[in-house]
Ligand binder design. Structure first.
Ligand SMILES: [Zn+2]
Length: 55
């Protein structure tokens, strides 16, 4: 069973996942979803601390 993820495109194992920020033009692409989420959350914490704290 493949879990459905919100906010990111997940393709086959050879594809990358990508995430864009809801609050600015920041955008990232990575090989694995956990790495990408870590980068996005680091971005939120650094650039949008109020958004980060609300999560
Ligand atoms: Zn942002």
């Amino acid at each position: 069973m493949t879990p459905k993820r919100n906010g990111a495109y997940v393709g086959s194992s050879t594809d990358v996942v990508e995430r864009s920020c809801d609050h600015c033009a920041w955008h990232a692409v990575d090989d694995t979803y956990p790495d990408l989420i870590e980068r996005y959350q680091n971005h939120l914490r650094a650039e949008h601390p109020t958004v980060w704290l609300r999560r």
